[in-house]
Design a protein around this ligand. Sequence first.
Ligand code: ZN
Length: 388
Amino acid sequence: MDSIALLQRLVQIPSPNPPGDTRAIADFVAEQMRAIGCETRQLAPAEKPEALNTIAVLGAGEPRIMLHAHIDTVPIAATEAKKWSVDPYAGELRNGALYGKGSIDDKAPLASMMLTMMAAAQQDLLTGSLVLVAAAEEEVGGQLGTKWLADSGHLPACDFIIVGEQTGNKVATAHKGVMRATIRTTGVSVHATNPDRGVNAIVAMSKVISALDSYHRELSERVHPVVGSPTCNIGVIEGGSTANAVPDSCAIVLDRRMIPREEPEAVKAELRAVVESVDLAPATVAIGGFVYSSWFDSALDSGYANTFLDCARDVIKDDPGPVGYLPGSDAKHLMEVARGDMIIFGPGSYEVAHAADEHVTLADYQATTDILLNFVRRTLYVPSPIKN
Ligand SMILES: [Zn+2]
């Protein structure tokens, strides 16, 4: 199967999440990898047996390099469906690009990785091993996908990890984490004819909001070299039920982006301190409902990283980075199995993912494959393996 046919085939196997049934695409990847002689396992968590992952291993022992791509896609929303100009599951070619849901996110990186496995399988003398992880559940946070695989001991420790996402074929070494929290103010409800007898929870919340806005501005003083500054955004507000009553309750939901090295517990304490610094009496305020996902950061100081940067520079004829990656990725779940550097890498921009007429240019897709192939050739093919 040539590279275009392979990517078309992957796009033609829908894997929207929700519902997140990845059995058909995981089976296809497993079949292809078995055919080239990989040792292949298929695994799913008991809580969601249809979230099937495939792990394929070529070669044996060390050094061990992981190629990771997710096999689920976002679903096609009703409003988005009308905007597609092609069948989103046909894998149509047009003007040098391949169109389809999941074409760039994340089936092109997956296809490039499968092609790399196929090329490596033809080498008689591979030193070490290549591990392909085709992971479910990334689009809903990866808890029952990559995180489950890592926590259950299904992923071996690896000397270099490449997580396929959309980085314009540059090398991304960090992304932010995210903390969500809910803040609620409580007052006393009375009829609106005499508001001073009540305690207005919305007015109280307005003071909390301005404190959080100042906090957001102060955060710009913290700067990470590739991902920039932390942020605090208030994305939801709810309160009151009618204009003719003083509201006794108001709630906001906030999204606090964490840069690498910011500890979740310290960020929670900061948010608590901001909220508690506001004088709201006699209204009261509470913060809770914290959920977070971690940032990811890699030093990029190994021989593998330098070799990868060289391979990327050779193909894209541009500065290969390092750069930051704005969305999150499964990299955050792989930090425990990374005993060396980990990068995020793949064709195109995440801005064309998750939207109508998602596509990948064939030139970008080819460049991704070329870079991966050169990297594996220079690190795992005998002779001339490099040492970390
Ligand atoms: Zn993705």
